[in-house]
Design a protein around this ligand. Structure first.
Ligand SMILES: *Cc1c(COP(=O)(O)O)cnc(C)c1O
Length: 451
């Protein structure tokens, strides 16, 4: 009988087993790092899982826990140091289960008011922390890529209403995130890379980039400042960028997907001077605000501009649009949405902001401490001094195959996940530290493994 699928309590053993699995996963300290398997291996061990009659819940869960889960890397492992890791608090992960069990539609106030109220308090907190005025606001979207797209679509909409259609261009530093190129591509606008020899975009290079855009007949509608590059964790001169944008009436967007969380550390707040001038910013809670995948906080100085650009109109939607209510989906390129800001809200409401400030500061301190150790070792070389919590360094004498072999061995041994990266064509590796359970001693062991 298919009705049983929806009838609460029809599968008590399955409910118990799933909740037990989730609970036990959260108890793992740490969860095994695990690692990928090939398609052939997975086909051999998991086989065909979608069948007409179903495997049964307990079998499917066993298949997941014994075969599929071990073929996925635990991004919250303390020695997962590649890309940008994840480190959700237990409260945030727990509340993600509640969000899943609650079927809340987060697109409109009418449907999601209570949850949207809570999400908006987090967005207001972030806006306030960045010095944006009250009345700022936005929405949690899936990730930084979508956040950047949504903000820049709003920026172009504003420019186009004012100036009509032009050959539009975005300016961002050469070290800005790849998502901006992807955004420019889907928006069919140009992107001009401003040079940033120290890793941080400064005024002279920005002005040179504007001149270069103008000489090509392009109209710059937005400048993106990066608040913590993904490769190096270095912050652009946001103050200078904000002033230039103000002088020229250009939209100032701050991409802080990874690094803007650092503004919560009082000792590091000054690094972000100028963000208060931003027209929009993003920060990903799934990166350095200790929330589970996937969430990007997108905040506008004037949310009405985003609504003008993004609100979808359709016969069945007008009943929502007619009301003077705050509908989160109107602020981004999305419609149906999970209330993905709630896990962060719950964790922040539970623990208070002070603990976040401390945890973030300690990540930065740890990055600087291991950088000092790297400086002391003759076989290693820092590529740049760290500013936030990313440390990039070279093993002198190693070529790409040496890094590859070392990296694969670290993962295979279950100890750490650290992959090669590169800068200006030269191979290196990096530690991206966003996990408060990462230990200095383990980082030292990883350095030892490069002897
Ligand atoms: C990670 C990152 C992005 C993209 O965010 P996703 O959530 O992965 O889409 C954009 N900009 C910066 C600076 C990032 O670090």
């Amino acid at each position: 009988m298919y009705e049983a699928m929806h009838k609460p309590g029809s599968f008590p053993e399955l409910r118990e087993a799933v909740l037990k699995y989730a609970s036990e996963r959260m108890d793992l300290d740490p969860a095994p790092l695990d690692g990928p398997k090939s398609l052939e291996e997975l086909t051999a061990s998991a086989g065909q899982t979608i069948t007409e009659s179903g495997l049964g819940g307990l079998s499917a869960l066993r298949l997941f826990s014994e075969v599929l889960a071990p073929a996925t890397i635990s991004t919250d492992h303390p020695n997962y140091l590649s890309f940008i890791p994840a480190a959700p608090t237990e409260a945030a992960s727990l509340f993600d289960l509640v969000v899943s069990a609650s079927s809340i539609y987060g697109g409109s106030w009418t449907e999601g008011a209570g949850a949207v109220y809570a999400e908006n308090q987090v967005l207001e907190f972030l806006a306030d922390e960045c010095g944006l005025p009250s009345g700022s606001g936005g929405v949690f979207v899936q990730g930084g890529t979508l956040g950047n797209l949504s903000a820049l679509v709003t920026a172009r909409d504003v420019a186009q209403r004012k100036h009509g259609k032009k050959r539009w261009a975005i300016i961002a530093s050469e070290e800005s995130h790849s998502s901006l190129k992807a955004v420019a591509k889907v928006m069919d606008v140009e992107i001009i890379a401003a040079s940033a020899p120290t890793g941080s975009l400064k005024r002279p290079e920005l002005e040179a980039a504007i001149a270069s855009a103008e000489s090509k007949g392009l109209s710059v509608f937005a400048i993106v400042g990066t608040a913590g590059t993904t490769n190096f964790g270095i912050i652009d001169d946001l103050h200078a960028i904000g002033l230039v944008c103000g002088e020229r009436e250009i939209w100032f967007h701050v991409d802080g997907a990874y690094g803007l969380a650092g503004i919560l550390s009082p000792e590091h707040k000054e690094l972000y001077r100028g963000i208060e001038l931003a027209d929009s910013f993003i920060v990903d809670p799934h990166k350095w605000l200790f929330a589970p995948f996937d969430a990007c906080a997108l905040v506008y100085r004037e949310p009405a501009l985003a609504r003008a650009a993004h609100t979808q109109h359709g016969e069945y939607l007008e009943t929502l649009n007619e009301k003077d209510e705050f509908n989160p989906s109107d602020h981004a390129f999305n419609l149906t949405r999970r209330v993905r800001g709630l896990p962060l809200w719950f964790s922040m409401a539970t623990h208070g902001v002070a603990k976040y400030r401390l945890a973030i500061k300690e990540n930065i301190d740890l990055a600087h401490k291991i950088a000092a150790e790297i400086r002391r070792r003759p076989n290693l070389k820092l590529v740049r001094d760290p500013q936030l919590s990313v440390v990039v360094f070279e093993r002198l004498g190693w070529e790409k195959p040496d890094y590859d072999r070392w990296s694969e061995e670290l993962l295979a041994s279950g100890f750490a996940f650290v992959v090669p990266s590169s800068h200006r064509g030269k191979v290196n590796t990096r530690f991206a530290i966003v996990n408060p359970t990462t230990k200095y001693e383990d980082l030292v062991k990883i350095l030892d493994s490069m002897e």
